[in-house]
Design a protein around this ligand. Structure first.
Ligand SMILES: *[C@@H]1O[C@H](CO)[C@@H](O)[C@H](O)[C@H]1NC(C)=O
Ligand SMILES: *[C@@H]1O[C@H](CO)[C@@H](O)[C@H](O)[C@H]1NC(C)=O
Ligand SMILES: *[C@@H]1O[C@H](CO)[C@@H](O)[C@H](O)[C@H]1NC(C)=O
Ligand SMILES: *[C@@H]1O[C@H](CO)[C@@H](O)[C@H](O)[C@H]1NC(C)=O
Ligand SMILES: *[C@@H]1O[C@H](CO)[C@@H](O)[C@H](O)[C@H]1NC(C)=O
Length: 509
């Protein structure tokens, strides 16, 4: 879970930093195409560090961006037409309603139902992105301006295909900041991932699967392959046919990236008022609750149940909340529209974290060793929380049917049963026991790609193989054929010998 940089020998980095000084990387121009929302928060911390190291950063964003400011002291921004111009932030709230519908189905079916919703959303999103990308690439004045700037690197999130395609079009070395990519977890796109023991994201399985579960896992995998080849790739086929060499598809462009970075974690002191609130909690400590950047609308009934349960706790509660104040709210609960989540989790008074289970939540909770009560809502959140649950570090609840009693029980369990906390502390210890900080690792590899004008020597030869060669099926076919021919010959020879002997036996008679 704590692998930050994929497909790169970690010992090489360690050696580099322990025995040699970090090399100087002169100022360069970096083009950034981020994904809006929580992904942007990850990207921003990296941009801050790159800026402090003297790199010039240009961010392409939508004029209607939700979280990416046009005005910044660390980068210059350029407005382009993107997803946000046609998509609505409330889309996620609508989708939440549909997902809650799926949650009432039997376990085996509901994950396929949820995946179907994501596929439908993807199909719409990729059509918008393909149109935006075509507009950008066909704008010769804009492309000339980008070329004249002489960028050294494209830093993007492969979920934002504009960055992937534009970076390839401009022939820039590419670094991805990623976890989630089109059809699922980034590892599945670049690292060998046998579905016999690696759960496919969305399947809500863990690495201990019985036969039926492995069947389900394979079906989920096939669903993602079909999605990639019949829904996502076709959205870009016209665009790629016009502007790229024949045979190029989205997947091959993604696999051409030089380095994939997967997530990071950091903490800072709290603002004074929050510090006072935290300290006022005394020996009982504080419960922190946040359901992420995109979802603000849980059903009213559920919000009331949560507020009522919180009111019965001896702990204080800080709840990131947008919307109408619940009537059952207790005087121990502080509602905030925004909270410095990572810093709160790092506070010694924090006892538990109620989270929807986005990857940032998971990594921050692990980093600080805070046990979790999970209320997963969308996408990979169900799988993420499950990873903590199977390690005894979280309780998971169904948000769509949540009652006050269930929520209170789970909260009390996580607060009072020390096994959750100690399991989480163990994960934290493992997560932190690494040779260099995630930020240093990320910056090292970004600058590595700039210094060496790419990192194509890391690229797996496996990407060039057709699927039957990848799985050695052609070799297996040859061996089976030779064995078959040998066996047949053997049988034939035996038959000849037997016949002749029996004929010889028959003759004297
Ligand atoms: C970065 O920006 C500064 C100020 O705009 C400029 O002087 C410098 O040449 C730029 N660096 C590169 C590599 O273009
Ligand atoms: C870009 O969009 C922002 C709004 O997000 C607007 O304030 C700004 O003026 C736009 N910049 C240009 C150059 O059009
Ligand atoms: C943009 O940045 C400048 C200087 O950093 C600041 O004075 C101005 O208020 C900012 N505008 C907006 C809309 O944030
Ligand atoms: C908060 O509410 C509880 C019970 O509802 C009450 O006993 C307590 O005095 C209240 N505390 C404050 C500071 O108002
Ligand atoms: C604490 O939780 C663990 C795991 O759920 C369970 O095995 C154990 O019995 C619990 N301990 C107590 C005292 O409830």
């Amino acid at each position: 879970i704590n692998r930050l940089v994929l497909s790169i020998p970690l010992f090489l980095t360690t050696f580099y930093f322990l025995l040699l000084r970090p090399p100087y990387c002169s100022s360069s121009n970096i083009l950034v195409v981020p994904v809006d929302g929580s992904h942007w928060i990850n990207m921003k911390v990296i941009l801050e560090r790159l800026h402090s190291r003297g790199h010039n950063i240009t961010v392409l964003r939508s004029a209607k961006s939700w979280y990416i400011p046009s005005n910044s002291s660390i980068y210059t921004s350029i407005n382009i037409s993107m997803l946000e111009d046609e998509a609505d932030i409330d889309y996620y709230n609508k989708m939440l309603q549909d997902v809650m519908g799926c949650r009432s189905y039997p376990t085996f079916i509901r994950t396929f139902c949820q995946q179907q919703l994501i596929t439908y959303m993807m199909a719409q999103g990729h059509n918008i992105l393909a149109r935006s990308t075509a507009t950008i690439i066909e704008d010769t004045v804009f492309i000339k301006k980008l070329r004249d700037t002489k960028f050294d690197l494209m830093l993007t999130d492969p979920g934002m295909t504009i960055g992937v395609i534009l970076g390839s079009y401009l022939k820039l070395p590419m670094v991805f900041n990623v976890r989630w990519i089109n059809t699922g977890e980034g590892h599945f796109t670049i690292a060998p991932s046998p579905v016999s023991y690696i759960p496919v994201p969305g399947s809500e399985l863990d690495d201990q699967m019985d036969f039926l579960e492995r069947t389900k896992n394979v079906l989920h995998y096939l669903q993602s392959v079909i999605e990639q080849h019949f829904i996502i790739n076709p959205a870009y086929s016209d665009l790629l046919q016009q502007h790229f060499p024949p045979g190029t598809d989205l997947l091959s462009l993604e696999r051409a990236a030089d380095i994939w970075l997967l997530r990071a974690d950091f903490a800072q002191p709290l603002p004074a008022e929050l510090e006072t609130f935290m300290e006022s909690s005394g020996e009982h400590g504080v419960v922190v609750m946040s359901l992420g950047t995109l979802i603000s609308a849980l059903p009213r009934k559920v919000t009331e149940a949560i507020a009522a349960a919180f009111a019965e706790l001896p702990q204080k509660v800080i709840w990131r909340f947008v919307g109408e104040k619940p009537s059952s709210l207790g005087n121990n609960t502080l509602l905030l529209e925004w909270l410095p989540q990572n810093d709160l989790l790092g506070h010694p008074k924090t006892r538990a974290f109620v989270a929807h289970g986005g990857t940032n939540d998971i990594y921050e909770a692990i980093y600080h060793g805070v046990p979790v009560v999970g209320l997963p809502l969308l996408f990979d959140q169900f799988d993420n929380i499950l990873r903590l649950k199977v390690r005894g570090a979280a309780r998971v609840l169904e948000a769509y049917s949540l009652t006050k009693e269930e929520f209170l029980n789970a909260l009390k369990d996580v607060l009072e049963n020390l096994s959750y906390r100690s399991n989480m502390q163990r994960l934290s210890q493992l997560h932190r026991d690494i040779p260099m900080t995630p930020m240093d690792t990320a910056i090292f590899w970004i600058e590595y790609v700039i210094r060496n004008k790419g990192a194509s020597h890391f690229k797996s030869a496996g990407f060039r193989l057709p699927w039957y060669s990848y799985f050695s099926l052609d070799v297996a076919a040859l061996i089976i054929a030779i064995t078959g021919i040998f066996m047949c010959s053997l049988v034939f020879v035996c038959w000849l010998l037997c016949c002749r002997r029996s004929r010889r036996k028959m003759k004297p008679e």
